[in-house]
Design a protein around this ligand. Sequence first.
Ligand SMILES: Cc1cc2nc3c(=O)[nH]c(=O)nc-3n(C[C@H](O)[C@H](O)[C@H](O)COP(=O)(O)O)c2cc1C
Length: 489
Amino acid sequence: MRQLPKIIQGGMGVGVSNWRLAQAVSKLGQLGVVSGTALDSLFVRRLVDGDKGGHMRRGLDAFPFPEMAKRIWNEYFVPGGKPAEVPYPLLPVHQHKSPRKLIELCMVSNFVEVFLAKEGHKNPVGINFLEKVQMPHLASIYGAMLAGVGYVLMGAGIPMHIPGVLDAFVGNHAAEYKLSVAGATEGLNAQMHLEPAEYAEGPLPALQRPKFLAIISSNTLATNLLRRANGRVDGFVIEGPTAGGHNAPPRGKLQLSASGEPVYGERDRVNLEEMRKTGVPFWLAGGYGSAQGLQAALDAGAAGVQVGTVFAFSEESGLREDLKTELLAQARAGTGQVYTDRLASPTGFPFKVALLAGSTSQLPIYQERKRVCDLGYLREAYETTEGKIGYRCSAEPVENYVAKGGKQEETVGRKCLCNSLLANVGHAQRRKDGSAEPALVTIGDDLNTVAGFLAPGHTSYTAAEVVERLLGRNAVVSHDEKTLLAVTA
Ligand SMILES: Cc1cc2nc3c(=O)[nH]c(=O)nc-3n(C[C@H](O)[C@H](O)[C@H](O)COP(=O)(O)O)c2cc1C
């Protein structure tokens, strides 16, 4: 049996943990994880930008249903790439029953990302999804499984019914996933359904069941998942409130700091004794990106750590170079600031945001953006007065949201994460007035510590350097790290 990884390079959407980063980490025997969030849009934008390096094409050529791959290539590839000022084409938005074209795009794009991350080595690769982004789940998971994904990791919600999906797909059977619908009355059919045979162009390939890791922030949830999930949960990532991306809201009555950030306390601490009792492997995340962090996690009985922030600045990550440079310069100067914005994300979860030049904790740059909702991954499903399923996003134009029964107060401070996260990785949409969608970078509270990964005189570092450093194999370990290594040797 293969050993469990000590380091999981956390999934970072959209496209920050891309196939290059995951490949670099998995090659070294740790777990590289690609982000599966909005991969259909990201994939199309890479094709429209001319598929530099021909990597998407290579992935498409390996896809087991060649006619499907061909349709997508023919529709979206632009030789040489689109001119910068031309907008990207828009895809249909996901729904309870998405158009076939979108399902095919999800399957293919998830396949390609995992296929590329697996090239050149035989180690497992994982894929990360957000439970809240439910509509693309089935097609995305099936596509990743077609490429032989080794782990599926899911957070931002309670993934009670994902293990059953993996079990169904492994036998190439149809899988179902129930869409959460706000205000749903009894009798509303919210099941989503995917039958692999309807997409195959020949005999269905044999598949392996990936391990399933749930990303959680409470031991009660771990116990519940172990008891009630509709299939095997193979492990947990326990993520604390300093982690980049979305954070779980604090337990109990919401208290805010002077700067308006949620305050976390004792009740938010995960009881690791209870976690150890489950007998299921777990990894700790949120501020564990150091050799000491890894050692502390191992000492606490964890199988290892999941690390995001440090990898987000590595050379291989998809984060835009200008954003990496700006934030690394801040980290070097020790001036980097990360704000836990409780309103930004339409999911309603707190979301960590790095303060880029010209922004303050209230992010005025962003408030000037004209609201438009054209990607729709974070749309919430709700039951309409006619008993149908409607969709709304609290970051869409306020009048539209309110017309769909949404509460005006829900729209305050919301930001379009769909568009901004694509902008963060170099695929910002162009608007009619010539403007480009603004970036909004998420990063963990440990932003300033990444400066410690830069070798003297260097302005960047690789994912391999991060792995080596976390494993304590680097010559420039700090005194504390040396002591820890001596203790464990
Ligand atoms: C840029 C960025 C994007 C992230 N996106 C996701 C995501 O899409 N899904 C997810 O489960 N976690 C996401 N995370 C969390 C990481 O996977 C990881 O758990 C976290 O970064 C660990 O804490 P650290 O940042 O202190 O290392 C993201 C983190 C960062 C820094």
